[in-house]
Every structure is written in structure tokens, then in C-alpha cells.
Design a protein around this ligand. Structure first.
Ligand code: OGA
Ligand code: MN
Length: 223
């Protein structure tokens, strides 16, 4: 099914009922976020890195803040560039398939009613950052669960680009190195976070599980 990827990297639905999903569910219930090193099959991480690094500059566009009429480019808030994932590329398709397994596993465990998932590659060129924010405002978005997956080999402290996760009292509760294979999952409406300026090119995949906020059969809101 996923041509060009090693068989070991294939995601068979039956093999993905991982203890990992229990760890994620428990982490979300307990602290609202969870950080998992080496979450996905290494061959899949490598294929995703190959994919994102093979994309030319024209494949990316500057990331904005907000959606549709609220959409604005704001270099003071964020300066990364993005490209949405689709099912045409085998590595991207496999990533989305893994997230579909996670979606079902979370729904079974936490009854969150996760309905679909959208994700984009993000490229932070040297100097790029994303200031402290939350991904969804309570009651105003159907994004409920965020994922960030990192694709950077040999990332050092001095390379910057760490993900800071804030607690209720504005203190930093976790500082995540954006190292190849690390997955972060957190509640979209209650976990403030920030990306420190990267000192070298930094790749991640940010994604969101959404609940169905549709009216009259229209999936709402679009990206
Ligand atoms: C985002 C985001 C974090 C990261 O895209 O909303 O917070 O570490 N990304 O890339
Ligand atoms: Mn975010």
C-alpha cells in the first residue's frame, strides 16, 4: 500500500494498538500534554524528513494567524513557513494513517469525539520563531487536540528552537528539544506554548484533531 517505504514502516491497523496510546491518554488526562521520544516508526520519520527536505521553497508559504476572514500574516507572532500534508505522497499518507489510529484510540479511551485531522509541515529557517500562544480559544474553534512531531537529527541545545510548554501560572513546565522522532500531544484550548528562535533550519509537523462543528452538512470551519 505504501510503495517505496520499507515493510517494517508500514502501519497495520492491528499492530498499532500500542501501549503508547495509553500513555498519551493518561498524559492528556493528567497534565493536558505528553512528550514522547521515538513515537513513530523510525523509517517513517526518516521518510518524512526526506519528503520535507525534498520540497522546494515554492512548496512552502508563510504561516499566518487565524482562519479565513481573521487570517493575517504577522511576523511578530510567527515567522515559520508551512505546507499542508495530503494523501498523495506515501510518507504523508502514512503519517496521516498513524494519526487516524491515534484518533480512534483517543476516542475509545477519552470519548473526545475527535472527528478529523489536519496537519502541515513547518519549516523554521534560522531566526524563525512562534511566540507564546494557544492553538484554539475555548468555544471558538473546533480544534481540540494538537500534535507536533519533530524531524531534526542531532539537534543540540545551542540550535535553539525548543518548544516551551507553559503551566497555569505562566511558568515553563516543559522544554522540548525538537529532536527526530519526538511527538508532543496536548489539549488545544488550554496549553500555552512557544517556539524559541531556531538557530538552524528546523522541521516539524503540526496537526490538529477537530470535532465536528458542522452546520447544514458543511464542515466548519475550513482551514
Ligand atoms: C503550531 C506550533 C510548535 C512547534 O504550529 O501551532 O505551536 O514546535 N508549533 O513546531
Ligand atoms: Mn501551536
Amino acid at each position: 500500500m505504501y510503495e517505496g517505504l520499507p515493510v517494517s514502516a508500514e502501519i497495520a491497523a492491528s499492530s498499532v494498538e500500542l501501549p503508547l496510546f495509553d500513555v498519551i491518554a493518561d498524559g492528556l488526562t493528567g497534565r493536558g500534554f505528553v512528550v514522547l521520544p521515538l513515537a513513530l516508526p523510525p523509517a517513517l520519520s526518516e521518510a518524512l524528513l526526506l519528503r520535507v527536505t525534498s520540497l522546494g521553497d515554492e512548496a512552502f508559504r508563510r504561516a499566518g494567524v487565524g482562519r479565513e476572514r481573521d487570517f493575517q500574516l504577522n511576523r511578530f507572532v510567527r515567522s515559520d513557513e508551512i505546507r499542508w500534508l495530503g494523501s498523495a505522497d506515501p510518507a504523508e499518507a502514512q503519517y496521516l494513517a498513524w494519526m487516524e489510529q491515534l484518533r480512534q484510540a483517543i476516542n475509545r479511551r477519552l470519548f473526545m469525539g475527535l472527528f478529523d485531522y489536519e496537519a502541515h509541515f513547518a519549516r523554521y529557517l534560522p531566526g524563525a520563531f512562534y511566540k507564546k500562544h494557544i492553538d484554539a480559544f475555548k468555544g471558538r474553534s473546533n480544534r481540540v487536540l494538537s500534535t507536533v512531531f519533530y524531524l531534526n537529527g542531532g539537534w543540540q541545545e545551542a540550535d535553539g528552537g525548543q518548544l516551551l510548554i507553559y503551566g497555569d501560572d505562566d511558568s515553563v513546565v516543559s522544554k522540548v528539544t525538537p529532536l527526530m522522532g519526538t511527538l508532543v500531544v496536548f489539549l488545544s484550548d488550554s496549553v500555552p506554548h512557544e517556539v524559541l528562535a531556531a538557530q538552524r533550519t528546523r522541521y516539524s509537523i503540526a496537526g490538529w484533531f477537530r470535532v465536528n462543528g458542522s452546520i447544514n452538512a458543511q464542515i466548519d470551519p475550513p482551514r
